[in-house]
Write a protein of this length. Structure first.
Length: 88
């Protein structure tokens, strides 16, 4: 399964021993489809940052991915709680 990035590049979800990887020769990322939740968000965001901003230093990629993943995970978790209570 794959999705396309904003620049039209393919992002694959695959089963592998790695969580994620960016292949600059193919302009593709792979993300382990067995990970879930915040780890999936963090890994996907991390690899998309490599794809979209290849010159961004690894330390910044890690920090940005972690912060964005935590924020998105919290928003989704809170939204799911509201939906279960019947509120929107």
């Amino acid at each position: 399964m794959f999705i396309r990035s904003s620049r039209g590049k393919k992002i694959f979800l695959v089963r592998d021993k790695i969580l994620g990887m960016y292949d600059d020769s193919l302009n593709e990322i792979t993300v382990d489809d067995q990970i879930r939740g915040k780890e999936l968000l963090d890994t996907t965001i991390h690899e998309v940052l490599h794809l979209e901003l290849p010159k961004l230093h690894e330390n910044y990629v890690r920090k940005i991915a972690k912060v964005v993943a935590e924020a998105v995970h919290k928003v989704l978790r809170d939204e799911n709680k509201r939906r279960k209570r019947g509120k929107r």
